[in-house]
Design a protein around this ligand. Structure first.
Ligand code: PEP
Length: 263
């Protein structure tokens, strides 16, 4: 049984003070949800302060990106050891906004994953197709290429340390969520690619999160699908009540007997 993960991507939102306020609230509200792993990913400048607030809490901390070199003449970049020093244990890699606006490619995603693993950070590796690619029936082709590129040169042991997020780009921040059936189809497809590349144990153990307009009212349907192991949440993670309701929904969905779950 794969333990669900609910991760909040705060993107470029919230000052240090606002981040501390939100995490203080969350810490109080989510203490009852031991059956899910909860991760929040604030902006770099809030990481260290939020890490302090999270001491002794079940909530884990992630960064939203990193640079693969450890140090040097790379103005504006933040490396894996620095992210780690700030208190993060997870890092989002290859988010579609990084691919779209900051030129992340499958090759740089691969370098970032390797740097994260070297520093014992758990990568949350994002893949997903554009609307035009889905409409052109290229979804699987695109995602297969992203998966192969991201995991080039990695071992089974490496794969066991990371998480994948399937995030159809057309569903991110648009309010247009993939149906549970659309998401399940792609999660099963990704798991099959991992099976082909790394074998059945790795594929079965891999947690694959769905991301794209997840809200309290759609999480249960998504989480009832057998290959959906959690969610990467953007907008709805910025508000304590909505994020808590999503975690509650995810946990609830997992308590439904598996015979009642549709594929
Ligand atoms: C995201 O940022 O990864 C995301 C899925 O955003 P939203 O939930 O707002 O669509």
């Amino acid at each position: 049984m794969r333990k669900p993960i609910i991760a909040g991507n705060w993107k470029l939102h919230k000052t240090v003070k606002e981040s501390i306020d939100l995490v203080t609230l969350l810490k109080r509200q989510v203490s009852e949800f031991g059956q899910a792993e909860i991760i929040i990913c604030p902006v770099y400048t809030a990481l260290a302060s939020v890490a302090e607030v999270l001491l002794g809490s079940e909530i884990q901390l992630g960064a939203q990106d990193l640079y693969w070199e450890e140090k040097g003449a790379f103005t504006g970049q933040v490396s894996a050891p620095l992210v780690k020093e700030a208190g993060a244990s997870f890092v989002i890699i290859g988010h579609s906004e990084r691919r779209q606006f900051f030129h992340d490619t499958d090759e740089t995603v691969n370098k970032k994953i390797k740097a994260a693993l070297k520093w014992d950070l758990t990568p949350i590796v994002c893949v997903g197709e554009l609307l035009a690619e889905r409409e052109a029936n290229k979804t699987m082709q695109v995602v297969e290429k992203q998966v192969k590129g991201a995991f080039e040169g990695l071992s089974r042991e490496d794969l066991q340390k990371l998480t994948v997020a399937y995030e159809p780009v057309w569903a991110i921040g648009t309010g247009k969520v993939a149906t549970p059936e659309q998401a399940q189809e792609m999660h099963a497809f990704i798991r099959k690619q991992i099976y082909k590349l790394f074998g059945s144990d790795t594929a079965e153990g891999l947690r694959i999160l769905y991301g794209g307009s997840v809200k309290p009212d759609n999480i249960v349907g998504l989480m009832q699908k057998p290959d959906i192991d959690g969610a990467l949440v953007g907008g709805a993670s910025l508000e304590a009540q909505a994020f808590t309701d999503i975690i509650r929904g995810a946990v609830l969905a997992r308590t439904v007997p598996s015979s009642a779950k549709g594929r």
